[in-house]
Ligand binder design. Sequence first.
Ligand code: FUB
Length: 320
Amino acid sequence: DGPYTIPSDLTAQVSKPDSRPNPIITEVFTADPAPMVHDGRLYLYVGQDEGDGRGYRMPRWRVYSTDDMVEWQDHGSPLQPGDFKWSTGGPTSWAGHAIEKDGKFYWYVTVDHKDIHGKALGVAVSDSPTGPFKDARGSALVTNDMTKATGISWDDIDPAAFIDDDGQAWLFWGNQKCYYAKLKPNMTELDGDIRVVPDPEVGNRFTEAPWVHQRHGIYYLSYATGFPEKTAYSVSRSITGPWIYKGLVAEGAQNSNTIHQGIVTFKGKDYFFYHSGMMQFDEGAGEGHNGGGSFLRSVCVDELHYNPDGSMQRVIQTSE
Ligand code: FUB
């Protein structure tokens, strides 16, 4: 019984008997996981990393699904940046998030706009969670000239959609500032002003990757904080705030500057999806690159546990 013995109650949380070891996708590098549960199945929307160690190179988004957290079905790449004709079409499949409304699936994503400098948000639609998806608007939903809070050209990234109990849909996104706006019932247009979550409500350290979920009447806004990133969260009794900063839910991911979380409840358990740079896989990693890292990331999942007061316990990131 040395100082590093793991208490038995923690051992129970570390083991993942009902889930595949991390990383859960090993055929290609994947990042920015966005889980969605539909009809008893969990769908996972990711970007594919092909970076060369100097920057992000993300040529396509991919979809996976599972009904048991062990066997994952690969649905290929039903959406690519080139499907948005107003984008550069380059390898810029940054983070996205899909959500179902009235039998249609809306996938909000980040791309580079070809005429308006900077990152922009697009939305694709499909009748199926696995596609095929097509551009739902023919134009960007959010462009860099609509948000001026940061002065940077990459603050319109990382969309996260949420439908409240009253049926109102919201979109959160951002880098350095956490933006949010109502969506019209058609899910393809903003409704009203773009607002900003005040800095103190997100711990004064909002980096990117907002994610909204609700549990037992508490709204949770989680996000990447600092850089290298950890995951922090704030809570509220309303989707419009005020949010109360609650601290970290996850430490930084192994061998990656970013972590980008997605939180979901599936078959009675709560899961924390994220990415790390843990997978070492030389094939296809790019010239001069030795394997996983900040631009060659891999999607992971671990269980999330809540305390009786609704606060979230720190996620234990597992690697086997
Ligand atoms: O994958 C590209 C960017 O890295 C995402 O948009 C951020 O959240 C970070 O994960």
